[in-house]
Design a protein around this ligand. Structure first.
Ligand code: COA
Length: 159
């Protein structure tokens, strides 16, 4: 039997060390351990996980996403793919599943912020239909940089 590709699961407390490591490899100003623990406890945190090998410190996690749905809006707070597994379509897969989960939870639109220089992420977001909503001056630190706030409006129910 062939092994399936990475599967989506809810992240758990045992994943915290792996998430901290992936976060540090992915961002110039990473979320702290405390931020990630809070996300595991109070937000939706999903992971793409391979079967992995026993004792794998990454616990097979190749990508993760943190999101919330409130007042009809899906907010994508964080999204990252293991640097060694980028360019394989995992980021797109993770994002598309999260968008689908958002619509299942009643979201009519998805919103997120992204560094204006983050070309790979911008390309991904534009390719699934996000559009630029506004610029947020000096939103990020380390280094200081503007954010682009992006929106994706989901089609309403057919009449
Ligand atoms: C952004 C990120 C999640 C993309 O993940 P990924 O698995 O490499 O992306 P995919 O392989 O699914 O690619 C999906 C699309 O993204 C775009 N993309 C991905 N990498 C790209 C790159 N290096 N340059 C330009 N576009 C790129 C392309 O449009 C691509 O579609 P295509 O393959 O049909 O051309 C990943 O680069 C990452 O983890 N970056 C660091 C963390 C980060 O910046 N997160 C976003 C925070 S807002």
């Amino acid at each position: 039997m062939t092994e399936p590709g990475p599967l989506l699961e809810e992240g758990g407390a045992d994943d915290l060390d792996a998430l901290v490591a992936l976060e540090r490899e992915s961002f110039s100003h990473p979320w702290t351990r405390r931020n990630l623990k809070h996300a595991l406890e109070r937000r939706h945190l999903v992971v793409l996980r391979t079967a992995g090998v026993p004792g794998d410190p990454r616990r097979g996690i190749v990508g993760y996403c943190v999101f919330d749905v409130a007042a009809g809006e899906l907010h994508v707070h964080n999204l990252a793919v293991d640097p060694g597994r980028r360019g394989e379509g995992l980021g797109r897969r993770l994002l598309e599943i999260v968008l689908w989960l958002g619509t299942r939870r009643g979201a009519r639109a998805a919103l997120l912020e992204v560094r204006e220089s983050n070309w790979p992420a911008l390309q991904l977001y534009y390719s699934v239909g996000f559009q630029s909503l506004r610029r947020r001056r000096n939103y990020y630190s380390h280094p200081t940089e503007d954010a682009l706030e992006l929106i994706l409006e989901f089609p309403g129910p057919a009449c």
